[in-house]
Design a protein around this ligand. Structure first.
Ligand SMILES: [Zn+2]
Length: 88
């Protein structure tokens, strides 16, 4: 599904995704820091991918959503020990 990502100054939340007609628009609050926008992008991207799953659920944050979120977060961060070095 084609996805367009745009920053929006007037959002009253960190991010939203609008899905329809075989495409998606992700809007991120431009008032947020890059770190928060990155987290919001991962979440909204997970919603887009979840919408393509044939198993539907009324809860937008169901277990499948969180499984997708974990997978793309791992892809984003990479599969290295770099993120664990802070803890020793
Ligand atoms: Zn969400």
């Amino acid at each position: 599904m084609p996805v367009v990502v745009k920053q929006a100054p007037g959002l009253d939340c960190h991010g939203i995704c609008i899905i329809g007609d075989g495409r998606a628009l992700i809007r991120l609050s431009s008032r947020d820091s890059e770190t928060v926008q990155s987290d919001s992008l991962l979440e909204e991207w997970a919603h887009v991918l979840r919408s393509e799953c044939p198993v539907k659920c009324a809860d937008p944050h169901d277990q499948i959503f969180w499984g997708i979120m974990a997978a793309i977060t791992k892809d984003y961060r990479g599969d290295t020990d770099e993120w664990h070095e802070v803890d020793g």
